[in-house]
Design a protein around this ligand. Structure first.
Ligand code: PXP
Length: 245
């Protein structure tokens, strides 16, 4: 089964636009779970423009599914994660001012940094996933750095999938995703994926990447929920991930 972790950052963006507590992030997380989410993902950024550090602390006792915290491992982030102890931490190489994550780690160039950070989280019993481009040559170094999982950065896949509507022969890049997934499972790394996944492109990805353990989805899911409602939307995403007979 592939788990759906709902990234609730966009709800916090909406709340912060007015300065009050609407929508209530804690209730949103609980409702996502009630509507079928298998996990809740948050991505606190240094400027706290969406999820705040305090939200992460407040969410911890309420999340009954899998809690995943994403972010760049700055000192503040590491301290937060160690105090909250989520089920999983997903490390991204974003600079502090990034609008959104747009590339994976160079696991070779950052090997010793990653190894130190990952061992700190693992010593606290937290599963570690690291964000990776679909690049086979970065997989081995993810393993030697100590990661349990990789999260494939699916932004380029989403773009290619969209373009393939007009040029159906062009899904070349997708081979790199399949190869990276295979290389990861061959050395015992589990596989997550995220970024720009949506109701159009999710099923194809799941169909061709059977190793997929978890997807984290935020932006498109929240946009769909505006039209379809949150419960219905979560169910539709789950249906895209249902085992294919
Ligand atoms: N994975 C990572 C590492 C991310 O940074 C994000 C965006 O916060 C996502 C997944 C979810 O991407 P999207 O909002 O496009 O679904």
């Amino acid at each position: 089964m592939t788990k759906l972790s709902v990234n609730i950052n966009k709800f916090a963006t909406l709340r912060n636009a007015r300065g009050g507590n609407m929508p209530d992030i804690l209730k949103v997380a609980q409702d996502c779970e009630r509507f079928g989410a298998d996990g809740i993902t948050v991505h606190p950024r240094p400027d706290e423009r969406h999820i705040r550090y305090q939200d992460v602390i407040d969410l911890k006792p309420l999340v009954t599914t899998e809690f995943n915290i994403e972010g760049y491992p700055s000192k503040d982030f590491i301290d937060l994660v160690l105090s909250v102890k989520p089920h999983q931490v997903t490390l991204v190489p974003d600079p502090p001012d990034a609008i959104t994550s747009n590339t994976g780690w160079d696991t070779i160039a950052n090997q010793s940094f990653l190894r130190d950070v990952i061992s700190t989280f693992k010593a606290a019993g937290i599963r570690v996933s690291i964000f990776l481009n679909a690049e086979v040559d970065k997989v081995e170094a993810a393993k030697t750095a100590g990661a349990d999982r990789i999260e494939l950065y699916t932004g380029p896949y989403a773009e290619e999938y969209e373009n393939a509507r007009t040029q159906p022969q062009n899904l070349q890049l997708f081979n790199a995703y399949k190869d990276t997934a295979r290389a990861a499972s061959a050395i015992g790394l589990d596989l997550n994926a995220g970024h720009d996944l949506n109701l159009d492109n999710l099923r194809f990805f799941k169909l061709h990447i059977p190793q997929l353990k978890e997807v984290s989805i935020g932006h498109a899911l929240v946009c769909d929920a505006l039209y379809l409602g949150l419960e219905n939307t979560i169910q539709l995403y789950k249906r895209q991930l249902a085992e294919i007979e």
